[in-house]
Design a binder for this molecule. Sequence first.
Ligand code: ZN
Length: 207
Amino acid sequence: MAFELLPLPYPMNALEPQMSARTLEFHHGKHHKAYVDNANKLVQDTPLANKPLEEVIQATAKDESKQGLFNNVAQIWNHSFFWKSLRPKGGGRPTGDLARAVEESFGSYEKFREAFKTAGATQFGSGWAWLVFDGGKLKVAKTPNAMNPLVHGTTALLTYDVWEHAYYLDYQNRRPDFIDAFIDHLVNWNFAAENLARARAQRTAAE
Ligand code: ZN
């Protein structure tokens, strides 16, 4: 069972004008695809061949000799999670349980928004900004390069990509403008709410 490039959950032009079809053609069709192709080459004929993606991420994360494979498998996972974190006509404020969780954890939606934007805007070089569930609370996190919350033992609820390939065609060097567009027009709060409900159920089951 080789790693797969999952199709985008919407058409290439569905996120315009905030994210162009051209950006998605390169980001999904070239960059994400390259991580899949590289990971399949690197894992071939090793004891990790045919293991599930998440298991390969955990098995390689802290092994210096396997950083090439780790970078590619983690980027497969991060990108698949990112595509689901986006939706046409998304963004703005969450509702229901998730809105309450945001207020309890951050004090207000505005404080959450500021922290979530700052995480991506201040990630030096390439990486990711995350909303995670950790110890019963929502938190904002950032990770460099391919690193992700799985490795840190927290549950990802939402992410955005701050590698230049995510925004350069549409926003050039204006990363903060890309982040505003993501937060205000593209966030898939339904996906985050599903992830939060699952994380809470797992936490309850574990107690
Ligand atoms: Zn990317």
